[in-house]
Design a protein around this ligand. Structure first.
Ligand code: SF4
Length: 469
């Protein structure tokens, strides 16, 4: 018997972060916010709070509803909190790498959590270890803590600025002390982080969907290269870097974020729907119905259907009630048609020429399975349309496509990918089409172009061979 995680999607975001400053029931609010961002990481979660006298923390391996119950939330006292949901890539899984981390220090205790990936972490870690630092985990997050405390003669904000200037990559950090919260984003703005207002305090989140869930009002995003400090005197801002650009990750729009989130002022559902519209203009095909692969492709499928005039149908149903782990059906049962996650609706697909919209193709294994399922249910033709360009390069900024080998489009042209997947025709959204759909021209699109916005240090060497494109 083989046990697998529920989520067999081919690509994963690394994490989601959340913070509360000066709002009652901070741990409970963080619980609901993390629950709303569970899609950003299901392997571990944690909350650290303070009541001004000390820090309280609880974390564990599992989903938010498994790790937190009334007792843990009651233990995490105070009006300030930070929280984290984790999908492990850099640093690996295991309880030691679950965030937020807590640190005791003679100059003041603090907690820390982050989303993203530091591409020069290996070099910094080696240097720190040579100078006597001892790490509790293999996570990148701890590096910032060691850097902040490297020179205790500096003020905390100066120490944070210096530490951030040492880090390269895509990251969003939140730091909690007994009387302050700090929120910061990398100078390329790769990972999102937004600020909301709630009662007399503030909340900070990787995604704005968490604000709607707890009733907070969005104020603004943390800018690339900005450190926002929350104290009893309110919110203040400073920048740690001069060379700042807004290269928000394109995959936040394509796949990671919830449709009800706004990332850098652009609604995720609206951008996906527009991507579907542009795709219909760029790659039309004669067919009877348009289907989307649930859930992240449904908005693009609606856009494609509206633009093409071909009816949208609910031809694929996702089982919403799966637990975190389940017993994968044996090959024999799968051959007999046992499907755990996704099922075609026979009465809709039988005898139809189908346009199947998916958000992206990574390894191609899921697409191949879906095309086969539709054909088995009697579909006459299956034309795949992908609402993003071919993924030809790995991501080193906190997404788990770390090698070229994992990417079917890194080694195969579109026709070869079509043949492997087994569909009748295949087309991807163009680079220009993606920019048009989001209205943002300077996003990070490195996994589609191979042009990375930062230095990569050893990451590129570890990513096997290069793409042939
Ligand atoms: S490489 Fe791709 S997944 Fe990674 S940050 Fe850039 S756009 Fe996002």
């Amino acid at each position: 018997m083989e046990y697998k995680t529920i989520d067999d999607n081919e690509i994963h975001e690394e994490c989601g972060v959340f913070g509360v400053f000066n709002v009652k029931n901070a741990s409970e609010l963080t619980y609901y916010a993390l629950h709303a961002m569970q899609h950003r990481g299901q392997e571990g979660c944690g909350i650290v709070t303070t009541d001004g006298t000390r820090l309280y923390g609880h974390r564990g391996v599992g989903m938010v509803k498994e790790i937190f119950h009334e007792q843990e939330l009651r233990y995490c006292k105070g009006d300030f909190a930070i929280g984290h949901v984790r999908y492990s890539t850099a640093g690996g899984s295991g309880p030691n790498n679950v965030q937020p981390f807590m640190f005791n220090h003679s100059t003041g205790d603090f907690g820390l959590c982050h989303n993203g990936n530091i591409v020069n972490s290996k070099q910094i870690r080696e240097k720190l270890e040579m100078n006597g630092s001892i790490f509790q985990s293999t996570s990148d997050t701890e590096i910032l803590a060691h850097l902040i405390k490297k020179d205790v003669t500096k003020s905390r904000i100066e120490a944070i600025k210096e530490a951030l200037n040492t880090l390269k990559g895509g990251f969003a950090f939140i730091v909690i002390t007994k009387d302050k919260l700090y929120a910061m984003r990398d100078k390329n703005g790769l990972r999102p982080l937004s600020i909301g207002k709630m009662q007399d305090g503030y909340v900070i989140s990787s995604e704005t969907c968490a604000f709607d869930v707890i009733g907070a009002e969005f104020i603004r995003d943390v800018e690339p290269g900005e450190i926002v400090t929350f104290t009893k005197d309110g919110m203040s801002s400073t920048f740690y870097a001069k060379d700042r650009v807004n290269n928000i990750c394109a995959m936040e729009y394509i796949y990671f974020s919830r449709p009800d989130s706004d990332i850098c002022g652009v609604n995720v559902h609206a951008s996906r729907k527009e991507a579907g519209r542009v795709l219909a203009q760029e790659a039309p095909v004669d067919a009877d119905i348009v289907l989307g692969v649930p859930d992240s492709s449904l908005s693009a499928a609606v856009g494609y259907a509206e633009e093409s005039g071909i009816p949208y149908e609910m031809g694929l149903i996702k089982n919403k009630y799966m637990g975190r782990t389940f017993i994968e059906p044996s090959q024999e049962l799968r051959d007999k048609g046992v499907r755990m996650k996704l099922s075609p609706v026979r009465s809709i697909v039988k005898g139809k020429r189908i346009i199947l919209i998916d958000d992206s193709i990574v390894r191609g294994t899921t697409s191949k399975k879906i095309v086969k399922m539709l054909r088995d249910m009697g579909a006459l033709e299956v034309h795949m349309r992908i609402a993003s360009p071919p993924m030809i390069s790995p991501c080193f900024y906190g997404v788990d496509t770390n090698t070229y080998e994992e990417l079917i489009s890194a080694y195969n042209d579109v026709e070869k990918v079509r043949e492997i997947i087994g569909c009748d025709s295949l087309a991807f959204l163009s680079h220009e089409g993606l920019k048009k759909a989001t209205g943002i021209s300077d996003m990070c699109m490195a996994c589609f172009t191979g042009h990375y916005p930062t230095e990569l240090f050893d990451s590129i060497k570890d990513a096997n061979k290069e793409s042939k494109f």
